[in-house]
Design a protein around this ligand. Structure first.
Ligand code: 5AD
Ligand code: SF4
Length: 471
């Protein structure tokens, strides 16, 4: 069956899409990159901001029109928006044949069969207050373990990792309830996977040729698994277990939460040679009153302490952050504090978002969305400009140094070079241990390999390097 899969949102969704591709490949699905050519269309959706949802709603409107014009494809919505809107999607859009929440994707083949039989199945996760469905939990966990590491080669929307890299989920859900955030509602309570299951999965990936693993969790550093009457595994313990596995060259993790970022995790980064010196640990804001209204659970001073501790314990650490501008009540003075935090912290990069009220969240129910869009836009542009200058300074600090990169693929602009690319020489892109993007000229066969480069230049997004020795 010709299938089109589009993925929006975070790495969790990318991983879920990878699992979907692996699962559907087992039952004669082939993947196409044009929804018009597909017999089955699946959207893996994100609810974090309204904009991401609007994109999918307009796609579904397009499918309704096509259906009215007589073109028939089976259309399914999976991911966070499926969970948030549920049956409303099948009611609003005649073209939508099935809806499936993130904790139910192991049932996808059955849902597709039911849709082909003319039913409109809706499979959602239990609400937070209801007991978790143990069979479903076991089902999704099994899916994680049986995943096809390398299912992505011809799935263009997902081609962000090379054959040597993989994501591994260590926990589902979130217990933080930041007041702006929909994730705790759509992804449910935090559940850490047993360390044995994670180790088994990583071992399988290593056997399949993966060398670079990124652990995923909404607040990954709060990972904690307690055996009944047995030992408790905390995040630093998990890093220590995994780092011993033969063949694992790089281990990193996203996304961290500043509250509860304990010294033992930093010591694990410093002490375990394959754990990379990269921490994505969003600050979200620089002002205490905004952090409090956001229910982030730390003050500005505590965030500053985290940055200082990270740099003290891991001198080479590379930090990255997220910020929200235009959260309700944000005064100009608050905004200046975010600006100042970016100036001081030395982040490699920050993702900056305009506040988007999400239905049912504490912030949406409590506060008016009182910052006008033009002010949000201006503040967004201001933070971005300050971060870009900081990113440039950060990158320039590496010029003249040597570093190891994993070559992940042709650079985004490899076909726009003055000399046309050949298999012997093209513009390649790689990643440093600190997650820097590094551009280097070299032969295509280096993709998936580790090479040493000398950094010769920098801009605010990337480093430029020369190959030192080829393996
Ligand atoms: N509006 C804007 N940005 C948001 N984020 C999460 N929820 C919202 C929202 N309602 C941002 C946070 C988070 C990132 C994944 O998305 O910065 O770290
Ligand atoms: Fe959302 Fe906060 Fe949980 Fe991150 S930590 S997923 S921002 S509630």
């Amino acid at each position: 069956m010709r299938t089109y899969l589009e993925t929006l949102g975070c790495q969790m969704n990318k991983l879920d899409s990878e699992l979907v591709v692996g699962m559907l490949r087992e039952s004669e699905h082939t993947f196409v990159d044009d929804p018009k050519q597909a017999e089955l269309v699946i959207y893996n959706t994100c609810s974090v901001r309204e904009h991401a949802e609007d994109k999918v709603l307009s796609r579904l409107g397009w499918h309704d029109k096509r259906q009215a014009d007589g073109a028939a494809a089976v259309v399914g919505v999976i991911g966070c928006m499926a969970q948030r809107m549920g049956g409303e999607l099948t009611q609003r859009f005649a073209s939508v044949d099935f809806v499936c929440g993130p904790g139910q994707i192991h049932r996808l083949p059955d849902l597709i069969d039911a849709a082909l039989d003319g039913r409109k199945p809706v499979a959602l996760d239990p609400a937070r207050s209801e007991p978790r469905d143990a069979a479903a939990e076991a089902g999704v966990n099994r899916l994680d373990v049986s995943r096809r590491a390398n299912a992505l080669a011809d799935e263009p929307a997902l081609a962000t990792l090379c054959d040597a890299q993989a994501y591994v989920r260590v926990a589902r859900g979130c217990n933080q309830f930041c007041s702006y955030c929909i994730v705790p509602f759509v992804r449910g309570p935090e559940r850490s996977r047993p360390p044995q299951a994670i180790t088994e999965e990583v071992r399988k990936l290593l056997d399949a040729g993966i060398t670079d693993v990124t652990l995923l969790g909404q607040t990954v550093n709060s990972y904690r698994h307690a055996e009944p009457n047995g030992p408790t595994t905390r995040f630093a313990d998990l890093l220590a277990h995994l780092s011993c596995l033969p063949g694992l060259r790089r281990l990193r993790f996203v996304t961290s939460h500043p509250a509860g970022f304990t010294r033992d995790v930093l010591e694990a980064i410093r002490g375990l040679p394959n754990v990379c010196e990269y921490i994505h640990c969003p600050a979200q804001h620089g002002s205490d009153s905004q952090l409090q209204a956001m229910n982030r659970g730390y003050s500005r001073a505590e965030y500053d302490d985290f940055v200082a501790m990270a740099r003290e314990v891991v001198p080479e650490v590379v930090l990255a952050s997220d910020f929200i501008v235009g959260f309700p009540g944000e005064r100009e003075a608050d905004h200046q504090q975010s600006t100042e935090l970016i100036r001081q912290a030395g982040f490699k990069n920050s993702f900056i978002f305009k506040y988007s009220p999400r239905p049912g969240t504490m912030a949406e129910r409590t506060y008016a969305d009182d910052i006008p869009d033009d002010v949000k836009k201006r503040r967004n542009a201001e933070l971005l400009a300050v971060q870009n200058a900081a990113s440039l300074a950060h990158h320039e600090g590496y010029v003249g140094r040597e570093m190891e990169i994993i070559v992940t693929g042709p650079s985004a602009r490899h076909d726009k070079q003055a000399t046309p690319p050949t298999p012997q020489r093209m513009q390649l892109m790689g990643r440093s241990r600190g997650d820097h993007i590094v551009i280097v000229d070299g032969p295509e066969r280096l993709i998936g390999q580790y090479v040493d480069v000398t950094v010769t230049g920098a801009n605010d997004r990337s480093l430029f390097g020369d190959l030192r020795r080829q393996p």
